[in-house]
Structure formats: structure tokens, C-alpha cells
Design a protein around this ligand. Structure first.
Ligand code: PEP
Ligand code: MN
Length: 350
């Protein structure tokens, strides 16, 4: 069984002492987890913060702290790079694992600049490309392609959710939009895709549900923020796990990993058959609905009625949302489905 990848450690390196505690508090559990995971120790040095008054990271000063901590544990170190100077300084210090943050992936100029930094041994480098802040598949894949185009071979992607505003993200800091992760996997089956459970969840209590879901789905690894004293962390205080919480999570993940070997049982084949049949029915119904919409469009045209009738859509939508709630379907997803169906019907009527 190929190992999964686990990038873990604090959101940011804060001091030499903090990184030393990180190493000491995580060493044993990471050694234990190394049967299941290839482990990488993370710590942000240059932090892309929205507010200029927030902690911006310690910068190059923290490079030796991160490297020493990773050496103590016996794993490689990873940090975020957003500008050529970050990459040059970190590479020079000996770091070979770099992630591109969501805000940087959103900016093709910055990715291009990073891709063309003269790095002596590109084959020794592993890149982890986070999804951009908005669900734009081409920005994400574009960043990957800029790196492969520049000669890098070892590339992974990280799904860290999408900033859709408070409402659409539901209980999480960033809306997971698993469909985007699934689409990425479909387009790039050879690129390992990790789930950043911490930045999706945004609060420590919800990290494990995202991490467990990612493992069950068959993602290739995880990014998890762990801090010796999360409450007093200088960034992302609410979402970092204590070393103890992290150990509990890894123990639960070990149980899941054993149960997700690709099963090809008769039972699974039969269930898949049922899914295919249900999809056939679903698509036949959709096509019938669109045909009725076309007839309604014809009627409205003949009687001079406008195509878009807001009150009628509101009524349909509310009925479906109530139904979704009753059947345990996430209302936001139900609304998205309804909106697409309605949009297609309107287009048909036009
Ligand atoms: C991080 O990993 O600490 C980080 C800033 O992540 P993101 O780019 O996903 O917001
Ligand atoms: Mn963080």
C-alpha cells in the first residue's frame, strides 16, 4: 500500500523555543504514524495575512528553527513561499518542500515568478500547490502547469477549501466544495491530492471530521496544523490542534486507513449497478423537465408573459429546501442543484 503524505506542524514558526517544543511534543507520534504516512514538518515563515497589523511571520530568521525541529524528528521541513526571495532563502538554507498558498495560487504573475527562480536542483524539490481562494479550476491547474513547465517533476496539490463568504461556507471557515477536489483528481490522476483539514475547518473541533472524510474519500494525504499552545498562537489560534488532539486524530485515521483498500466485492459492484440505473432515471427525468419548460416557454411567448417569474421560483425553491431539510440533505447543496436546474429551464424557455 502506498503511503499517504502528512504535512503537519504549526501555522507559523514563532520562536526557536516554540519550534523546539513542537519537535519534542510531536516526535513520538510522528514516528508511530510513519508506517501510514510520509511525514513532513510544516511552519509558515512568511505569512500572507489579510491585515497589515497581524503577525506577518518571522521571515528568514525562523529557517534554522524549522530545520532544527525537522531534523530532531527526522523528517523534511516545508514552508510557504510567495516571492522569489522566500524561495531563494529557504532553498539556500536547505529546505526542499515548499507550498504555494491559496492567495498566491490566485495570482499567475507570482506563480510564474516562483517557477522561474534559478533553483540548482529542481529534481530535489517537492511543490505543494494549494487551490486558489475562489473555485477556479484553471487557476489551480495553471499553477501546477507553470511549475511542470519550468522543469519541476515532484508536484502535489492541496485542497484547502474556498472563501465564498460566511453564508456559503456553512460551519466551516472555507467551503470544502469537494466537487472541486474530485474534479482536480479527475484531471490530474497522477498528482497526489492532499486535504488541508485545518484551513477548511477553521476551528479545532471540526478538523477531525474533515480529515476523516478526506481519508475515506481516498485523498492522498493531509495537512494539519498543530501547535503546542494553540490558544496563544500568533496566527490561526482557533484551528490548531494540541499535540494530544493530534495524536488522537492520527489514531482514528489509522483505523480508517485499514478499511479503505480498494474493495472490488460483489456487493460493491451491485451497488454501483444501482447507482448507474438511478442516474439513468434521474437524467431521463431532467430531460422531461426541460421539455416541459420548453412548452411553458412557448405558452409564455404566445401570451406575452415574461420568462422569469420570481415569485414562482421562490415557491418552488422553498418547497425543495424544506424537503431537503426533512431528508437530511445540506440546504446549500440543495439550493445549488435547484439553481442549476432552474437556470437550464429558463434558458430552455428563452
Ligand atoms: C497556511 O497554510 O498557513 C496558509 C496560509 O494557508 P492558505 O494559503 O490555505 O490560507
Ligand atoms: Mn494557518
Amino acid at each position: 500500500m502506498t503511503k499517504k503524505i502528512l504535512i503537519c506542524g504549526p501555522c507559523a514558526a514563532e520562536s526557536a523555543a516554540q519550534m523546539d517544543v513542537v519537535a519534542r511534543s510531536m516526535k513520538d507520534v510522528l514516528h508511530w504514524a510513519s508506517g501510514q504516512f510520509d511525514v513532513v514538518l510544516r511552519a509558515g515563515l512568511w505569512k500572507p495575512r489579510s491585515q497589515p497589523s497581524s503577525f506577518q511571520g518571522v521571515g528568514a530568521e525562523g529557517l534554522p528553527w524549522l530545520i532544527d525541529a525537522a531534523d530532531q524528528i527526522g523528517v523534511p521541513a516545508a514552508t510557504e513561499v510567495a516571492q522569489p526571495e522566500h524561495l531563494l532563502a529557504a532553498y539556500e538554507a536547505g529546505i526542499r518542500h515548499f507550498w504555494i498558498g491559496a492567495r498566491t495560487t490566485s495570482n499567475p504573475f507570482m506563480v510564474e515568478a516562483l517557477a522561474h527562480v534559478p533553483v540548482a536542483d529542481k529534481q530535489a524539490v517537492t511543490w505543494y500547490v494549494k487551490n486558489p481562494t475562489s473555485p477556479d479550476m484553471n487557476l489551480w491547474s495553471g499553477a501546477v502547469e507553470r511549475l511542470t513547465g519550468a522543469g519541476y517533476m515532484h508536484i502535489c496539490a492541496i485542497h484547502r477549501g474556498f472563501a465564498l463568504g460566511e453564508h456559503a461556507s456553512g460551519v466551516y471557515r472555507n467551503a470544502p466544495m469537494w466537487s472541486q477536489a474530485i474534479e482536480f483528481k479527475r484531471r490530474y490522476p497522477a498528482i497526489p491530492l492532499l486535504t488541508d483539514a485545518s484551513h477548511i475547518a477553521g476551528c479545532a473541533e471540526r478538523v477531525s471530521e474533515i480529515a476523516e472524510r478526506a481519508m475515506r474519500m481516498g485523498m492522498n494525504g493531509l495537512m494539519i496544523e498543530v501547535h503546542p499552545d494553540p490558544k496563544n498562537a500568533l496566527s490561526d489560534a482557533g484551528q490548531q490542534l494540541t499535540p494530544e488532539e493530534f495524536r488522537d486524530l492520527l489514531q482514528r485515521l489509522a483505523a480508517i486507513d485499514a478499511s479503505t483498500q480498494t474493495a472490488q466485492s460483489a456487493e460493491l459492484t451491485a451497488l454501483r449497478q444501482q447507482i448507474d440505473e438511478t442516474d439513468d432515471e434521474l437524467w431521463a427525468l431532467l430531460s422531461r423537465r426541460l421539455d416541459i419548460a420548453r412548452q411553458i416557454g412557448e405558452y409564455k411567448r404566445q401570451h406575452g408573459l415574461p420568462v422569469l417569474q420570481q415569485a414562482r421560483y421562490e415557491e418552488i425553491l422553498q418547497r425543495r429546501l424544506a424537503w431537503a431539510k426533512e431528508h437530511g440533505i445540506d440546504p446549500e447543496s440543495a439550493k445549488q442543484i435547484m439553481d442549476i436546474i432552474h437556470e437550464q429551464s429558463v434558458l430552455k424557455q428563452l
